[in-house]
Design a protein. Sequence first.
Length: 94
Amino acid sequence: MQLDLNGRRAVVTGASLGIGAATVRLLSDMGAEVEFCARNKDAVEELISHQLASGNPIHGHVADMAERASVESFLSQVSTRAVSYTHLTLPTKA
């Protein structure tokens, strides 16, 4: 699937690995500016490095969506840069 997301913004939570990390890469490759969070600092840094390959801005944050204070901090950081967002991915725990 290939969409033109140039000029669009996306927010992805749960991007430590798997589907979340793949979603960040895919959205960036399609042209979106991506804001994401993951619980693991190394995962955040690895995904931010994908920006070099895609050329599109990727903003990563260490956050745990199971902790209210962490969620509020993440959303506060996202909202300082955002006007509007195109996608919101909220993975559920299995």
